[in-house]
Write a protein that binds this ligand. Sequence first.
Ligand code: COA
Length: 181
Amino acid sequence: MERLNLVSIERKKQKIMTKRALYTGSFDPMTNGHLDIITRASKMFDELVVGVIVNPNKNPLFTKDERVSMIEKITSDLPNVTVESFEGLLADYVNKNRFDAVVRGLRATSDFEYEIQMAQMNARLFNEGTESVFLMTSPEYSFISSSMMKEVVSLNGCVDGLVPEMILEKIKEKYTHKCNK
Ligand code: COA
């Protein structure tokens, strides 16, 4: 009986202490800026889910399944990171899956305006206790965006070192790309 109690206390403790976070975005495609945030956030939380969103306002280069599969491969060395996809309201997904936090990366002060609005709206929509957590993007990646990567490659420019190697190959396949250095 006493042992059973100890086991259930231990389980409760584990449940209480397991912190799950969601890092969400379109990731079309994932860049080294995103990977930097994922790697750092994975050290802060017990579990990190990368949530690939289908954004109806964006016309993606990669399908949702392609994006999920690429991110899974690139993050395979991070044992507490998994990749999922979702549609609809972020807060619904967060509440349903009981995340403790939603991680966002801040690249520049221009991101702040949008992020504070979103965080304040989400604070009303999230279950009590769920927080938005912001990480400053490492300076070497602060100018990167997915659209810029696609535009540069589509015009035969080089983005080596700015996106993971596997992504670079996949974007080059989508365009008939010759890197002009
Ligand atoms: N490194 C590199 N690039 C980064 C980055 C980083 N650390 N952080 C952001 N970016 C880039 C992204 O690649 C993206 O580039 P793009 O516009 O060229 O594609 C751009 O910055 C914007 O990123 P983000 O703010 O993550 O936009 P998104 O469209 O990828 O995702 C959601 C936005 C998913 C968080 C938001 O639209 C959402 O939650 N949608 C669900 C609907 C909803 O709930 N709406 C109400 C919100 S209150």
